[in-house]
Ligand binder design. Structure first.
Ligand code: NAP
Ligand code: MG
Length: 402
């Protein structure tokens, strides 16, 4: 068989621990035998980040903006324990945070549905994609623990020194206060990323906030979305046969539970954090989630939604067998390859991505899976495979499909 040719490289961001091991296995077994793989390689493993004073992360983000599509392996976000383990010069920032800030994007997460891993909510037949705004609100808050009686005020001072004041509360005893913010620029990026992603995936878009209570803050989100929709996207949505609608978050929650899925639910930062954990748990497993960061300018970074699976890595280092699920990492590759194929007009690359996803799903549905799935499946007579054999089983299925 002739290998599929590529024109433009993918930005390849390697990572850490068990996912770094899976990364190499996926390339060797499922990609390199079939594709003349062109990538611009960035090693975001913690050793290299430390060596380059994290410049490698910044360079990989720049390359992503240049080429338009990246695929990222899970990486360690350093904490105190990692400082010692890796002898770090500094507690480097989360690479995901750095890349997100550079791309100014929104994170979309969707479950991978297979027969035999049923969602807890029995109405759900199709994936529900969560779009989470990744800037501001309670994640960049300022808080004061009020010690006793006094007046709390909200003060804004403009560039000329003019003040606007609102009383928050007159305390007659101890309490707490919190200040949060967002910017029109960031909300606009969020809205455009959501509208573009809905068009890309041909799915309806829902957006919800608590605007009935937060008449300025949340209402501004609602207004910005509506204005951008009306001026830039309404016609495109009509042509694609999809809809956008806004609803109060209480109403959205009730509708989500009763709906069959197949739509995108856009949420503010905190709502998106909580709701995506709820939706993904209800669909089964973090290792069965796709995750893509989309910038308003149309740049895409695909990754797995889980971490580096540290506990399995230590077992691997100790020479023990692991059964780590590689599905989310495989789907990060297929997402990136499909997008590259779309952008460069390479139909074979898109078809290959579809086939590899199909092979992965069929392998699980035939009863061959990793331990995490075996624990929750409704299928009988399953074969639990180790990390390497699961990938080899997918290759066998893939060969029958090609
Ligand atoms: P984790 O790597 O997601 O793993 C937590 C647990 O979830 C594992 O111990 C395992 O459970 C299960 N699990 C996760 N992915 C799995 C898979 N593919 N197959 C089978 N089981 C899986 O989270 P963590 O242990 O809290 O974090 C480890 C490192 O990852 C940290 O250094 C953190 O900074 C980093 N992290 C990176 C990202 C990212 O790059 N996107 C995201 C989150 C965390 P059992 O042990 O019970 O089998
Ligand atoms: Mg969370």
């Amino acid at each position: 068989m002739n290998k599929i040719k590529m024109n433009t490289p993918l930005v390849e961001m390697d990572g850490d621990e068990m996912t770094r091991i899976l990364w190499q296995m996926i390339k060797d077994e499922l990609l390199l035998p079939y594709i003349d793989l062109k990538t611009e390689y960035y090693d975001l493993g913690l050793v290299k980040r430390n060596e380059t004073n994290d410049q490698i992360t910044i360079d990989s983000a720049k390359a992503t903006m240049k080429y338009g599509v990246a695929v990222k392996c899970a990486t360690i976000t350093p904490n105190q324990a990692r400082m010692g383990e890796y002898n770090l010069k500094e507690m480097w920032k989360s690479p995901n945070g750095t890349i997100r800030a550079a791309l100014d994007g929104t994170v979309f997460r969707a479950p991978i549905i297979v027969k035999g891993i049923e969602p807890c909510v029995k109405n759900w037949k199709k994936p529900i994609t969560l779009a989470r705004h990744a800037y501001g609100d309670v994640y960049k808050n300022t808080e004061i623990k009020v010690p006793g009686a006094g007046k709390a005020e909200l003060v804004f001072t403009d560039a000329n020194g003019n003040e606007t004041r609102e009383t928050i509360h007159v305390f007659d005893g101890a309490g707490i206060i919190q200040g949060i913010h967002n910017t029109e620029k960031s909300i606009t990026s969020f809205a455009k990323s959501c509208f573009n992603y809905a068009l890309d995936t041909k799915q309806d878009l829902w957006f919800s906030t608590k605007d009935t209570i937060s008449k300025k803050y949340d209402h501004t989100f609602k207004d910005i979305f509506q204005e951008i929709y009306d001026t830039e996207y309404k016609t495109k949505f009509e042509e694609a046969g999809i809809t956008y609608f806004y609803t109060l978050i209480d109403d959205a929650v009730a509708r989500v539970m009763k709906n069959e899925g197949g739509f995108i639910w856009a949420c503010k930062n905190y709502d998106g954090d909580v709701m995506s954990d709820m939706v993904s748990s209800a669909f089964g497993s973090l290792a069965m989630m796709t995750s893509v960061l989309v910038s308003p300018s149309g740049v895409y970074e695909y990754e797995a939604a889980h971490g580096t699976v540290q506990r399995h890595y230590y077992k691997h280092l100790a020479g023990e067998e692991t059964s780590t699920n590689s599905v989310a990492t495989i789907f990060a590759w297929t997402g990136a390859l499909r997008k590259r194929g779309e952008m460069d007009g390479i139909a074979e690359l898109q078809a290959f991505a579809d086939k590899l996803e199909q092979a992965t799903i069929q392998t699980i549905e035939s009863g061959k899976m990793t331990k995490d799935l075996a624990l929750i499946t409704s299928l009988e007579n399953v074969t639990v495979l180790n990390s390497a054999d699961f990938i080899k089983a997918i290759r066998e299925t893939l060969d029958t499909l090609l």
